[in-house]
Each structure stands twice: as C-alpha cells, then as structure tokens.
Design a protein around this ligand. Structure first.
Ligand SMILES: [Zn+2]
Length: 125
C-alpha cells in the first residue's frame, strides 16, 4: 500500500507550515515532511536553520543563492525502520540497537514511492 499520510514524529518543528527536523551527527541533513515546491522549501529550511541553530544557509551548507539551495533539494520517499535490514536480526547488532533506542529511525533513500512510505524533502549541507 502506498500512503502519503505524514507521520507525527518527535523532533519535527513547524516552520512556515512545514515540519522540519535535522539529522546526522552535526545536523547536516534537513528533512521536511512532504514534497514541497523549491521556493517554499527554501524559505522553510532557511527559517529552520535560523530558529534552531542561529545559522544561515550560507554558513550551514555554503549555499549562497536560493538557486543553489533549489538545485540541492531532493524529493524522496521515507520509511520508518524497526531494524537495520542488513543483519540477521539474531545477534544484538549495534545498528538495530540504535534503531530500537530511538524514538524513530528513517530511511529516506527512495526516489520513487515505496510501501508505507511518505514524502520528504531533503537538503544536505
Ligand atoms: Zn541489525
């Protein structure tokens, strides 16, 4: 089943009507729930960086024009994971443990709709 319903996940904060969070050890990946028009996404990501990190698109990702950002945006389909998917699930794999311990864990690599997937807009510094 393909669903486009957006999940309610801890850690996402709304900026200009778009729920956004930062992932990665240094917050180097911004994830917005939903697929958004480039101009809308740029405005929301800019606000998220300002509000959460006191940063700018230029400082965070070396993006100096809205066009730089628009070209870096990626529309993906995300799924929530409950296991790493690469181990045998029997041994106590560190990746599975991290996933279990987290509020949620997301794989956002898919470029096409996937079962139980939901749309996300990604910006990587
Ligand atoms: Zn595992």
């Amino acid at each position: 089943m393909i669903t486009t319903e957006l999940p309610d996940l801890d850690g996402f904060v709304e900026h200009h009507g778009i729920r956004i969070t930062a992932l990665g050890d240094d917050g180097e990946v911004l994830v917005a729930l939903g697929h958004h028009k480039p101009r809308t996404a740029v405005i929301a990501f800019r606000a998220a960086l300002h509000d959460r990190f006191g940063s700018t698109l230029a400082d965070w990702g070396d993006f100096h024009t809205p066009r730089d950002v628009e070209e870096a945006l990626r529309l993906r389909w995300a799924v929530l994971l409950t296991a790493c998917g690469t181990c045998d699930g029997v041994r106590d794999c560190w990746a599975c443990r991290d996933i279990r311990d987290a509020s949620w864990w997301m794989d956002y690599a898919a470029t096409e709709p996937v079962p139980a997937g939901f749309p996300v807009t990604i910006l990587t510094a």
